[in-house]
Design a protein around this ligand. Structure first.
Ligand code: BTN
Length: 238
């Protein structure tokens, strides 16, 4: 595992994707990103004071690709567990990739794949208080707790927690993690909008199911929606 530190870079995910020979858990950390990326081509506003980092997970031939579809959820559990160690806030997990506190986004996860490597990119609003002009409300650990944190300590805690979580996942402890996800399920009982290409479906968020899909009640009928296929939001404009 190598650690690459940058005062500024376009994006820590893009940096690792450009590297030729990646090792498991190679880690890129930046103070600022000029082209921080979120999911669905969104920009991730990358202000100093946030934890902006990406690391490599080499594909394990023992796990089938279907299982890797749950990877963003496993990363989410790692972020939840790690952040709790710093400040015991009421963190919520918004399926599939976001952490919320008090109805505001505090962290986002972007998992990409290049060759046999997954690039796990995480942005956590740690000490920053400026989130640019976002359509959805954001907050930081500092705002919510009233104190500052050592950014690299947060980064390394998340990576270490992910290593534990991934081992648990490979060892068959998925149900335990799923339980944690459902305890912190932000979308439960909330009106949600499911966008599948140009089709929009409205419903009420339910539990995250064993296969990692989200249950949504549409006109009273429970349907499940898959990670990657849909964009779920609890407001029309997100
Ligand atoms: C999202 O909320 O849509 C995901 C945001 C992921 C942001 C992180 S910041 C570090 C890494 N580098 C990027 O360009 N994106 C991820």
């Amino acid at each position: 595992m190598r650690v690459f530190r940058f005062d500024e870079i376009d994006s820590t995910n893009s940096f690792l994707k450009r590297e030729n020979k990646l090792e498991n858990y190679d880690l890129a950390i930046a103070k600022n990103q000029s082209e921080g990326r979120g999911r669905r081509g969104n920009t991730w506003v990358s202000k100093e004071g946030a934890a902006l980092f990406s690391f490599v997970l080499k594909e394990d031939s023992n796990l089938i690709m279907e299982e890797y579809r749950k990877l963003p959820l496993v990363v989410g559990v790692a972020v939840l567990r790690a952040l709790k160690k710093f400040e015991n806030l009421d963190y919520k997990f918004k399926w599939t990739n976001d952490i919320y506190v008090n109805d505001k986004k505090i962290s986002g996860i972007l998992v990409e794949k290049i060759n046999e490597n997954f690039i796990i990119g995480i942005g956590i609003n740690v000490n920053n208080e400026d989130f640019g002009d976002l359509s959805s409300p954001a907050s930081s650990m500092r705002i919510e707790s009233g104190r500052e944190f050592h950014i690299e300590e947060v980064v390394f805690a998340v990576v270490e927690e992910f290593k534990n979580c991934f081992k648990e996942f490979v060892d068959g402890e998925w149900k335990l993690m799923l339980n944690e996800i459902n305890k912190a399920n932000y979308l439960l009982d909330k009106p949600v909008t499911v966008k599948i290409i140009d089709k929009i479906i409205r419903g009420i968020g339910g539990v995250v199911l064993e296969d990692g899909t989200l249950e949504v009640a549409v006109d009273g009928i429970k349907k499940s929606f898959d990670i990657g296929e849909v964009h779920i939001s609890f407001k029309d404009n997100q």
